[in-house]
Write a protein that binds this ligand. Structure first.
Ligand code: NAP
Length: 252
């Protein structure tokens, strides 16, 4: 029997960017914990396919998390169709790898919009409703790169470092209204986003050697942290980033 502090059955959760990868695994975990879950992404067809592979009370909402009016309409539609949101996971994100001297203006704006502005837009729209109701949990998917960086990913690290501070700022603004905001920082996890790195044997060996756990993470490794941060067990936890990285951020 599980402890009641971890019981989130009956809650409604929206996971952005959940048609594949980490978001899809987190959505599955929330469904298994008894939540009603809304999948999001830009591609409606891909969302329908993802939803068909899941069991439980699963819904889809296709909208672009970087576009203010689409986000406002999307959140209003989700609350009307599915119900009031108790849990928001700001997961949608992208990676663009290039030497900083060659990084273009348009790529810079694209990655800032996708990884950072999205959390502000979806967070603000959802928190407007959560603060009024006096409760809610927001989990921003940060990264190992909220803390440390490697050559070729400076813009990505800038977005994830800023997302860590946005998490603390949301905690400061919305905490008094009963909304807890935390971050989850995955280490190196095998997904489509990291496929080029997984396929690079030299890089893969470096990850295994550099990680105390001695392996790449899986998307399932991240589920427990999100369930904890979404649960009453974390009612007095806010403004924190929980790194789920096999220990990588702790060692040189
Ligand atoms: P992924 O496999 O590339 O999936 C990204 C998801 O986001 C897709 O469902 C995509 O669907 C959606 N998306 C992208 N842009 C969007 C937009 N503008 N509006 C709505 N949805 C959008 O990525 P992932 O590896 O699972 O990563 C998920 C999150 O974890 C990201 O924030 C990433 O930075 C973070 N993270 C990943 C790792 C890792 O090792 N993989 C490590 C640390 C942190 P559509 O393309 O259909 O819109």
């Amino acid at each position: 029997m599980s402890h009641p502090l971890f019981d989130i059955s009956g809650r409604t959760a929206l996971v952005t960017g959940s048609s594949r990868g980490i978001g899809l695994a987190l959505a599955r975990g929330l469904l298994e914990a008894g939540c009603t879950v809304v999948l999001n992404g830009r591609d409606g067809e891909r969302l329908t396919k993802a939803a068909a592979e899941l069991s439980g009370d699963v819904h889809t909402a296709a909208f672009d998390v970087t576009d203010g009016p689409s986000v406002a309409a999307g959140i209003a539609d989700v609350e009307e169709r599915v119900g009031p949101l108790d849990i928001l996971v700001n997961n949608a994100g992208m990676q663009l790898r290039a030497p900083l001297l060659e990084f273009t203006d348009s790529d810079w704006h694209r990655i800032i919009d996708t990884n950072l502005t999205s959390a502000f837009l979806v967070g603000r729209e959802t928190a407007r409703r959560m603060t009024e109701r006096g409760h809610g949990k927001i989990i921003n998917i940060c990264s190992l790169q909220s803390e440390v960086v490697r050559p070729g990913i400076a813009p990505y690290a800038a977005t994830k470092g800023a997302l860590k501070m946005l998490t603390k700022g949301m905690c400061a603004d919305w905490g008094p209204s009963g909304v807890q905001v935390n971050g989850l920082g995955p280490g190196y996890i095998e997904t489509e986003l990291t496929q080029p790195l997984v396929d690079d044997e030299e890089f893969s060996a470096w990850v295994r050697k550099r990680t105390p756990a001695g392996r790449w993470g899986t998307t399932d490794d991240l589920v427990g942290g999100v369930l904890f941060l979404a649960s009453p067990a974390a009612d007095f936890v806010s403004g924190q980033v929980l790194y789920v990285d096999g220990g990588m951020t702790s060692v040189l």
